[in-house]
Design a protein around this ligand. Structure first.
Ligand code: NAD
Ligand code: MG
Length: 396
């Protein structure tokens, strides 16, 4: 029986993960669940999965959860705060850690899981974008197994030649390039001029995938694909010239690997995150995920187009940051989180998101990204500068 810690259990990935786990009670047991503030959802999840531990980031939410669990006669231990997140990610009682917290908050528990040599199912792409070198080093040094849940990276992982346990470098595998597919989000067919007036409701209505708010906005700006280019760089050890993005509106091909002999391997499936979750849970075996079989006749046609950088300036910013190196991608990620929050709070326009990020990248001096201190300090500074940029845009 594999013991699982699920970080971010009340979110979109968290809920899909529980759906897969529920199908295999003979293989997996939930050891710990963790969330930010959603007491009601976490309570219902505790009632159903009866974990040993439940963690809420905020102590008030944790107290409310504790009272509710006691009243219901459940003996899950409730904890709160950052340290508790790291504890449930690294305890010897756990085999698998699902990293599904959104944003920079996921970094420290994911690092803790890596240092404890866990099998990590990584959805939290921001952790790699912020501190790819550090996280990959921790994985290698401590014998952790890092498996990508992000559908594109999971597709590439499945198309790679040697899926051996600790093989993250594919330099000599005859790979010409990898091709990340992107749906293009809700605005792929809009006039570029009309993007100025996009509302948060329009931005979070993704045509193919059902996801949390932040990643939905990232998909609409295509920063999500930018973050994924950086994620692919760290996961597969390829430089940016070997990572291409193309639009594929049906989201059936989740990504491809192009080999020197002209073979292109693609992984296909319905757009449902339970597939990569089940794949990484059971790898190298295969288990059921509840996902409908793919009906290619019904899909009918698969379209491809180039990604237009005028429409999606965030994608270009991500490539620039990756090429600049050091803490540049940490700065990019922090500025994006601040800008997306400001857009969702109706403080800035949709098109201001790229402006805030570009300005922040210009104003914050990049440093080496060798230590956690350097990463966290770049993250803090970039957030301050991005907030100033938001203020400037609010009060021109
Ligand atoms: P979401 O907003 O639906 O859920 C986020 C989860 O994280 C919630 O459970 C929330 O309570 C928890 N959380 C947020 N801040 C926290 C904090 N400070 N401490 C503890 N818990 C905290 O997000 P999501 O769509 O599930 O995405 C999660 C991650 O997976 C993101 O990094 C996203 O980029 C990545 N991802 C998501 C999808 C998808 O289909 N949703 C696909 C690929 C990758
Ligand atoms: Mg993805």
């Amino acid at each position: 029986m594999q013991q699982v810690t699920l970080l971010g259990s009340t979110g979109s990935i968290g809920i899909s993960t529980l759906d897969v786990l529920e199908r295999h009670p003979d293989k997996y047991r939930v050891y710990a669940l963790a969330a930010n503030t959603s007491v009601e959802t976490l309570f219902e999840q505790c009632r159903q999965f009866q974990p040993e531990v439940a963690v809420m980031l905020c102590s008030d939410s944790a107290e409310t959860l504790q009272r509710k669990l006691q009243a219901a006669g459940l003996n899950t231990t409730v904890k709160s705060g950052d340290k508790a997140l790291q504890e449930i990610a690294s305890t010897s009682q756990v085999d698998i850690v699902v990293a599904a917290i959104v944003g920079a908050a996921g970094l420290l528990p994911t690092l803790a899981a890596a240092k404890a040599g866990k099998r990590i199912l990584l959805a939290n792409k921001e952790a790699l974008v912020m501190s790819g070198a550090l996280l990959m080093r921790a994985v290698e040094e401590h014998g952790a197994v890092l498996l990508p849940v992000d559908s594109e990276h999971n597709a590439i992982w499945q198309c790679m030649p040697i899926n051996s346990k600790q093989q993250y470098r594919f330099d000599n595998a005859g790979i010409r390039r990898i091709i990340l597919t992107a749906s293009g989000g809700p605005f792929r067919d809009w006039d570029v001029a009309a993007l100025e007036s996009v509302t948060p409701e329009q931005a979070i209505a993704h045509p193919n995938w059902s996801m949390g708010q932040k990643i939905s906005v990232d998909s609409a700006t295509m920063m999500n694909k930018g973050l994924e280019v950086i994620e692919a760089h760290w996961l597969f050890g390829l430089d940016s010239s070997k990572i291409e993005v193309i639009l594929h509106r049906q989201s059936i091909i989740h990504s491809m690997v192009d080999y020197a002999d002209g073979s292109v391997l693609a992984q296909m499936g319905n757009p449902d995150m339970r597939t990569p979750i089940a794949n990484t849970l059971a790898w190298p075996q295969r288990i059921g995920s509840g996902v409908e079989p793919l009906d290619l006749v019904k899909v009918g046609q698969l379209d491809f187009a180039t990604a237009d950088v005028e429409r999606f300036p965030c994608l270009a910013l991500a490539y620039q940051a990756l090429d600049a190196g050091g803490t540049s991608t940490t700065i990019l990620n922090a500025a994006n989180e601040i800008a997306v929050e400001a857009f969702l709070g109706r403080k800035i326009k949709f098109t201001d998101i790229a402006r805030v990020i570009a300005e922040t990248l210009q104003h914050v001096v990049l440093t080496e990204a060798e230590s956690l201190e350097q990463i966290l300090s770049a993250d803090r500074l970039a957030r301050e500068v991005a907030q100033q940029q938001v203020q400037i845009l609010c009060n021109p």
